[in-house]
Design a protein around this ligand. Structure first.
Ligand code: GLN
Length: 259
């Protein structure tokens, strides 16, 4: 078995080491004896979505987003077709915003791909800090780091998770991210996947099932260090009672602000 992982415009979207997500996808395939090929598409390159199993697209500045618009216009149709066909995508921060209808930043309207029925508005005061989510898609809380000025309204889309600590989509500490078909769109940098191996395996499993059929299952990996690191973050930013039941920042009385 083999998966091809695309990395979209790393020359324009390269904040916070999001490329680490690509390395994590690759490594967790290789550890299971599955071949992985990584293909980077620089701005202006032709993207053949038909050859892709997973597309990773990282965070970037408002400037990088503006510079990408012409290129995105050319891949709009194929990108949408890939997503609707069950293509796997991880879109972080600036990429999350551009999957939506628009990102309006200080008077400038950046038209997105419109694959997600969401929109983002810039507002003063960046939403920066560690963030912890409880997600119905994962047993383990999802941890990461957010840094965005955009506030994203996700309408009727399904969020990735509920914010236990941090700011999230709109800054009110309510919900974070979107899961749509085989797309995870989120504000969580980290890079996200090394900090949350379960999220990585969700993407890999979806891609393998799409390519090779429904009965493909990933072998378990020990993940001792990864789970310990994740747990440390969760314990630092949330509180757990003696039964290990998670209490949210909100429930335990603090405002969800970084400690
Ligand atoms: N430019 C966007 C914002 O500030 C995205 C930033 C990012 O990718 N970290 O909202």
């Amino acid at each position: 078995m083999k998966l091809t992982i695309g990395c979209l415009y790393p020359d324009l979207f390269n904040l916070y080491g999001d490329r680490g997500n690509v390395q994590c996808l690759k490594k967790r395939l290789q550890w299971r004896g599955i071949e992985a090929e990584v293909v980077s598409f620089l701005a202006g390159d032709r993207v053949d979505f038909g050859k892709l199993d997973i597309l990773a697209w990282g965070g970037g500045s408002d400037r990088g987003q503006a510079l990408s618009l012409g290129h995105l216009g050319k891949v709009r149709q194929d990108f949408r077709g890939y997503v609707e066909d069950g293509g796997v995508v991880l879109a972080v921060c600036a990429a999350y915003q551009l999957l939506g209808r628009y990102y309006r930043a200080e008077g400038k309207m950046l038209k997105g791909l419109g694959i997600l029925d969401i929109h983002t508005e810039w507002a003063p005061g960046r939403l920066v800090g560690n963030i912890v989510l409880e997600s119905p898609f994962f047993r383990t809380p999802v941890v990461g780091f957010e840094n965005h000025a955009g506030r994203t309204c996700i309408g009727s889309h399904t969020p990735l998770g509920k914010v236990l600590f941090g700011k999230g989509n709109t800054g009110n500490g309510d919900y974070e991210g979107v899961v749509y078909r085989n797309v995870i769109a989120t504000y969580l940098h980290g890079p996200l996947l090394p900090k949350n191996p379960e999220v990585c395996d969700w993407l890999l499993e979806r891609a393998l099932k799409r390519k090779y059929g429904v009965d493909v299952a990933l072998a378990a990996l020990p993940d001792t260090q990864e789970i310990q690191a994740n747990r440390n973050i969760v314990e630092r930013y949330t509180s757990q009672d003696s039964e290990g039941i998670l209490k949210t920042g909100q429930e335990s009385g603090h405002s969800g602000r970084d400690k």
